[in-house]
Design a protein around this ligand. Sequence first.
Ligand code: ADQ
Length: 483
Amino acid sequence: MNKTIIVSNRLPLQVKRSDNGIDVTPSVGGLATGMKSVHKDSNGVWVGWTGLTDDEIDEDLRSKVDIAVKKEQCVGVNLTKDDIQNYYYGFSNRTLWPLFHYFLEYTEFEKEAWESYKRVNEKFAKVVIDQIEDGDKVWVHDYQLLLLPQMIKAAKPEVPIGFFLHIPFPSYEIFRTFPKRKEILEGMLGSDLLGFHTYDYERHFLSSVKRIANKEVKFNKITHDNRVIKVDSFPMGIDYKKFENAAKDNLKQSNRQKSEVQRRLDEHLNESKSAKMVLSIDRLDYTKGIPNRIRAFEYFLNKYPEYKEKIRLIMLAVPSRSQVPQYQKLKRETDELVGRINGQFSTVSWTPIWYFFRTMPFENLIDLYTSSDVALITPVRDGMNLVAKEYVATRTQQDGVLVLSEMTGASKELGEALQINPFNFEEIADTLKRALEMPLAEQKSRMVSLQKRVSRYSVERWAEEFMTALDSSQNVSQYVEAE
Ligand code: ADQ
């Protein structure tokens, strides 16, 4: 049976050392769920890094890891500590990530990191090529592997290759500043289908292909090396049922069954019947607009003092890339801002910001989503933002208001959210007030429309549509060549 080979930087697994050798647990993230029908249900293979570097394990343990991941239909790519330092923390997260999110001032370009990026993409290519049999397809994910499509195409020209970028593709004026701009485009153009979250990213990419790589572009098709490459947008969704059902179960729980987090949230809600809860959830990343959000909240408390003791911002931040200096700086800045505002406004019975810096189990995320009157999502750039969609899916009573930055990919689909410019504190503060005071009927009518859209375009459907497009892009390419 023909299979699809999925490739991403990390495997959808947690591999940990344990007393008896090795422990492998499948991870339950959105991407893994979406890819299930392509991976687990259709005999697919997933290629990626296991999370353990070669320096951490010996030959014996390595073969144990290989056997354990194989059971999950996965194949590991062996990376060294140096690869992770230069390819992952270096070129991927100190060069491509800031560049593609319009943070030119954070974008570093080091030759050593670029060389490592090329080497690691080659390591991935070797493993993928080894797995390919007649009739197989390949689906490559994200910015860590931009050179991989071309490497696979060079060795296996007949194999259909799809590529999906999970982050924004920046405008030509940003992308053109990058020393290796042509190499990156050539790498991506090894694909037969290129997918982006939004039409804007697609347009930006096509414009760079036309102006930097000098390729012929007609509508959304590129002619390159006697092939026709299709470019399209596929806005990624979530596992809607999982969030909706968990929220329904949460509402049914008796007091005794409730989690510690939920009991504390209930206490807060009971303290004052008119107290409102505002929620934000993100990785601690400078693209997520966390300091802007806190400053806007401070501005809100000053401008609308009647809300003192009547509102609480719950801010959940997941530790991320803490080896990169800009993330360390952001952590310090966030700690300071939260401390300053809590110091300035707190009373004996009220703390305006509850700040958690950790990952939370799924059930606690649901506790937070279902207890919050407003979700305040303010990234300065975000490819999609799945948190916005998760909030929508958990509002099973159709109440609650989503305040969403217009700089997220999600804002293109979620027109009924209250949209804000994350750089405009006054607008954020006024919109937050509007959200808090929105009549229930308006909340419901907006939420019903949002839910219709988010439930229809789930992560499973996203994966299916991408695969269908990959099949048909291959037909287009053969058809044009036959002419
Ligand atoms: P991320 O930047 O990681 O993803 P996002 O889309 O919001 O951003 O997804 C984060 C996920 O992590 C959500 O599913 C959320 O529930 C979970 N999460 C967040 N905080 C958590 C916490 N404290 N504890 C546990 N789980 C937490 C990248 C791009 C996005 C794009 C996605 C998918 O940057 O723009 O939407 O990929 O393509």
